[in-house]
Design a protein around this ligand. Sequence first.
Ligand SMILES: [Zn+2]
Length: 464
Amino acid sequence: MVNRTSNRSGQALIFIIMIVVILAFVALWNFDLHKIIYVKSLSQNAGDAAALAGARWQATSLNLIGDVNVMQAVALTRGDTNEAAAISELQARLCYVGPMIGLEAAQQAGKNNGLFNNDRFTARLMKHADTVLTDYRATGPDGRMLFQEPFPGCWTEYAQMIQAVAANGVAVGPDNARYYSDFAGGSLLLIPDFYDAVAGTDWCWFYHHAFDLLKTYVDYHSWPPLPEIIPTPEPLNCEYFGLGLRRLDLIGDARALPAMDSVRVERNLSPDPISSTLGSVMSSWYCYDESIWGPWDSISPDGENNFPATGPVKSQYDYAGGDAVTRVMATAPRLTPGAGTSKITWTAAAKPFGYLEAGGKQIKPNEYGIVLPAFREVRLIPIDASSAPAGGGFNLDWRDHIEGHLDDYLATGATVAGCYYCMALLVWENPVFRQTGIDWLEVNKGSCEIYGSGGRHGGSRRGH
Ligand SMILES: [Zn+2]
């Protein structure tokens, strides 16, 4: 009898949590939109507004997931494991719903700033929804799906959300998309700088990054095969504006418990303090994936990238991880008769910022590993300090090239007319071109030492 009552109260609590989450989303949605429109209406800077909108939803989602972690701790303190399981599924959903609302909010912010739908972006998103429905759900001989679902029905819901965004028209591309099966670099053919160096005859780039290749290359047979794509085995994060989280059975860091208890007090969740033995209770906790939420090295002034920052980033903000990168393209008619239109591409990045408080000090949100409500604001960050891949996840010319052209090129040397990257390969295949570079470097490589761009990928990828 007692058990049934507690079950019922548990279900009621879950229901209330659901309602609160939905209401919070609706309220923030309106607030967000109006604020962004207000702040950005005069700026014409649609890409920035879109990135900020995406990052704001990442911050909101992370805070909600953190709050729900604390609710789970409260439920487990009471000994209610059923409720804890239901809470965990709610978190799994938030990992998709939050970023997808962010993607839609980014579209709205872009359109409210005068952007028009981009047909290629829309088609790309529609196509990906189909891939999710067909490939992701496809089952192998062992009866398991290609990608294990984080919660039952996830792939169908996810595909529907992608379709919903695409149906409204896509004006803003999520440029830091992280697909579950994608190249992870490992070949010069997957680095845009290589093509730029060929197109711009930047021999110093070759001197720093591929001098041996320049000297020994014969023809397209010389390339090693493209690195094998290793799919993410058990995805937990949305591919667009993903939160970079993982699930752990145990709360790794005991310091998290007092921090969770102060959230309990703040939110008035329960009169009973969170159990101090919770650290050894097996459950499902949403935590930061350390491979994504590492130190924010790309903005460090004395790191490998030598980012031109005025000083080191404050310790409480020294984390990479969640950020939203957007790509917008617009055409502007030129005033000169017969000049046609100018194509304008703008990429922008924004990131949630916040901190936890412990002993009167501010510490970074991921200090304890487990997600706790910590994010307070979003700000634009330099593109080079963001998680956008070098080529740009929604640079569709680039994506078409690496997904559609490279295999043929490696097999037969064929290139596609009209593709900038294929044109660069065509130039590269010419032995006279490469010999020019070798000869030039023979004489001038000293100037590369002095003026060389250095750095991992030849200095900064993009200007801002
Ligand atoms: Zn190509």
